[in-house]
Write a protein that binds this ligand. Sequence first.
Ligand code: ADP
Ligand code: MG
Length: 268
Amino acid sequence: ERDWPRPDHCRVITIANQKGGVGKTTSSVNIAASLALHGARVLVVDLDPQGNASTALGIDHHAEIPSIYDVLIEDTPMEDIVVPSPEIPNLHCAPATLNLAGAEIELVSKVARESRLRRALDSYDIAKFDYVLIDCPPSLGLLTVNALVGADELLIPIQCEYYALEGLGQLIRTVDLVKAHLNPKLNVSTILLTMYDARTRLAAQVAEDVRAHFGEIVLNTVIPRSVRVSEAPSYGQSVITYDPGSSGALAYSEAASEIAHRGAGAAK
Ligand code: ADP
Ligand code: MG
């Protein structure tokens, strides 16, 4: 169907995993694009100093533009930094610039250092969005903690390879600490298996292990490894628009459909 069900309140979903290269940014961007193309109003918050989500959405993020750094460190309102996607209606981005790398240190001495993103979102009219997706850097530092405090849901992308489960215990412990002290609402709602190589026994084994361990929060859809997925960002595009018929685009669209149809409460 053309339009998927829209949530009755804005779902704020953090995409985190402290490992680099597991598909956090790719998943953020392509799930956001899929949701927007099926009628949802979506904001992507780029919380990685590399600004890869901004790049992939075709959003300018050179050093001088107002960015999420200004929101976290200078108390700039969100509305001053959010920009529309040049390509997809109903899709917006809060871009990240390289100075965000310094925020990890600068936040340490700030009041309510773990809750600055939450406060910025609270004083912003997020009700005008159906989804806010927060793309995290590959660490469990204060930026990721801000994302966990600011969200209702956590989506963990897991790459189907040998060390996939390594580090997940540490991520879950961080989530538990955040739940206990800073954000009791946080719910690990979704796990997405990424970069699946159907030719290897190992990928199938990893997928099986993850499903055995995490159960129904693992989406049925698995994202295959696909060259088109990795090419799209260099054109400032999601794979959904770059090559809509490719296996990667179809899989991300299916994963996004599952997220929309399951709703926020599915995993509780
Ligand atoms: P993270 O944000 O977790 O560091 P990325 O989303 O940037 O990870 O993905 C890491 C690299 O793998 C990127 O170069 C990306 O283009 C590539 N990649 C991600 N998903 C796929 C996929 N399904 N098929 C092929 N390449 C992928
Ligand atoms: Mg990334």
